[in-house]
Design a protein around this ligand. Structure first.
Ligand code: ADP
Length: 525
């Protein structure tokens, strides 16, 4: 048992111990354990409880205990709850508190004789209650009480610190989780451009992991293959973020270009830098937001490709039509019937080309906007459709076109007009891109579930890295043959969209020097 003359010295030591706990420990459960340990030793108690006020509902809940079986804890929590419910603006009466403490003591162990409860209060906010039960009874002097209270105050500071630290740690984790789930790269760097932290998206974009990036200079990680405007180094030199301006929105700096990643590949990105200032307005760090703008760049390229294609492809037939029409319209010449017929036929042909081109452009932009294509489904005989295409296109071409369909080629459900467009396109390409006198085969085969139509040519073939790209909107292979040939790069894109809308698939087998075969398959059902 604690001897009275030693009490002060003991108290001082414990107070010191608790102060140490405050400075050394930020883990809440460890702080509570130490507070409990110190108060039990100080009061020679047998049972100790620290109950803290829950921030969400204001209830007192036991957070640490000693000398109690875990199974009585719910009952004690219930008694504490009753105690708190009886509280009014003046707190609760001492009798009520004593009665509840007695009930708690009885629930724990009938042999407990005395209980001492000390409120844990920090800056006027009740944090909780510290309760010690003893198995004997001694009088407590006002000096003892005041020492106990100052002990409880120290304990409250420690608890409060630990709680704040816990909240900060939680907040930091939450922030890290948000940053790491962000699709944009985020980093912070010091004013001398050394990385302090980067998130997961930044790691993916640059190839530099957070641990490796920390403390490295920006120039080691962010290098440009192409840069559209001056980067932050030049901006800093020119006085960016040097003033006391607090309007960070206006101060942000945007740069865009092609980043050379760690593995030497390139990525189009845009970085927005924003200064982070101290309360006095001093630049403390720089926050960067990195956005992958590959898709944006692609869209831009697509747009300029579109404009140049439309420009070129529309201009040619319009110029031809204009030329023949104004020739025919001359007053100073009498045109013979055959010439007139010939010129009118050319004008008609070019008008058809224009119509088809406009139709293709409209269909392509509709697919792009709505991602779907309307189909008029009916019984469709692809053998007959292919035969008509061949008949229409073979006149005047220098190649030999062979039809190769089995007699019993099945009729399927499909949009005949759209599927004709597909076959026409594959056949036109075969004609455009293969040499005179070579053979082009348009054929079909079928299985239990699908029908397949193919168009084979003996042209120059297509390099393997182009096999997928030729189906992209406006894509044309950049070679001499294609440059010599008219086209929009829309044919295969539309063909794929039509076939896929039918639930089918289109593909190509080709190798440079050995011709190309385009296949499309549709379900029979
Ligand atoms: P285009 O209007 O240019 O013909 P397509 O979408 O039909 O557009 O074809 C895209 C590109 O694929 C063409 O520009 C051409 O470079 C290539 N291509 C298509 N078909 C063939 C073929 N049969 N042989 C070789 N290259 C082809």
């Amino acid at each position: 048992m604690l001897m009275r003359p030693d009490l002060r010295t003991q108290q001082r030591d414990f107070l010191l111990g608790i102060t140490r706990a405050i400075t050394a420990q930020l883990d809440q459960s460890e702080v509570l354990r130490r507070v409990l340990h110190a108060s039990l030793a100080m009061l020679a108690g047998r049972v100790g409880i620290v109950a803290l006020t829950d921030r969400a509902d204001g209830k007192l809940v036991i957070r640490a205990y000693s000398g109690i079986n875990a199974d009585v804890v719910p009952q004690l929590n219930h008694l504490l709850h009753e105690l708190m419910s009886a509280r009014d603006d003046d707190g609760f009466s001492r009798e009520y508190l004593n009665a509840k403490l007695q009930e708690m003591a009885d629930a724990i162990d009938k042999r407990l004789e005395q209980s001492i409860a000390m409120p844990l209060v920090f800056a006027g906010n009740p944090l909780g209650l510290l309760i010690v039960f003893r198995s004997y009874h001694t009088a407590i002097t006002p000096e003892d009480l005041s020492a106990l209270q100052s002990f409880a105050d120290q304990a409250a500071i420690a608890v409060n610190n630990a709680q704040l630290y816990g909240e900060i740690a939680h907040e930091r984790k939450r922030l890290a989780a948000i940053l790491n789930s962000s699709g944009d790269g985020v980093f912070t760097m010091s004013p001398d451009l050394r990385f302090l932290q980067v998130n997961a998206a930044f790691e993916r974009m640059t190839g530099w992991r957070n641990a490796e990036a920390i403390d490295r200079h920006k120039s080691e990680i962010i290098n440009w293959a192409r840069l559209d405007s001056p980067d932050i180094e030049q901006a800093l030199e020119a006085g960016w973020a040097a003033t006391d301006a607090r309007d960070d929105q206006r101060e942000s700096l945007y740069v865009e270009g092609d980043l050379i990643r760690r593995d030497s590949s390139e990525l189009s990105i845009g970085i927005t830098y924003a200064p982070l200032r101290s309360a006095e307005g001093r630049l403390v760090s720089i926050i960067g937001n990195v956005r992958d703008i590959t898709n944006f760049r692609k869209a831009q390229e697509m747009q300029s490709l579109f404009i140049s294609t439309v420009h070129h492809e529309l201009r040619t037939p319009i110029a031809i039509i204009k030329g023949y029409a104004s020739t025919l319209g001359r007053n100073d010449v009498e045109w013979d019937y055959d010439t007139v017929r010939n010129y009118v036929a050319i004008i008609e042909e070019e008008t058809d080309r224009l119509t088809a081109l406009v139709e293709d452009l409209l269909t392509a932009s509709k697919i792009q906007a709505t991602r779907e294509l309307q189909l008029n489904i009916a019984d469709t005989d692809l053998h007959a459709v292919a035969a008509q295409s061949v008949a229409r296109l073979e006149s005047g071409v220098s190649q030999v076109i062979v039809l190769s369909f089995p007699e019993d080629f099945p009729v399927i459900q499909g949009d005949a007009a759209r599927l004709r467009q597909v076959i026409d396109n594959l056949l036109t390409n075969a004609i455009k891109y293969s040499p005179a006198k070579s053979t082009i085969t348009v054929g079909g085969r079928y299985s239990r579930t699908t029908v397949t139509v193919f168009v084979r040519d003996e042209g120059p073939g297509i390099a393997s890295d182009q096999l997928e790209r030729i189906f992209e909107r406006f894509y044309r292979i950049d070679d001499r043959l294609t440059r010599r040939t008219q086209g929009t790069g829309l044919g295969l894109y539309l063909a794929r969209a039509i076939v896929q809308t039918h639930g089918g698939d289109i593909s190509v087998k080709s190798a440079v020097g050995s011709g190309s075969t385009f296949y499309f398959s549709l379900p029979r059902g």
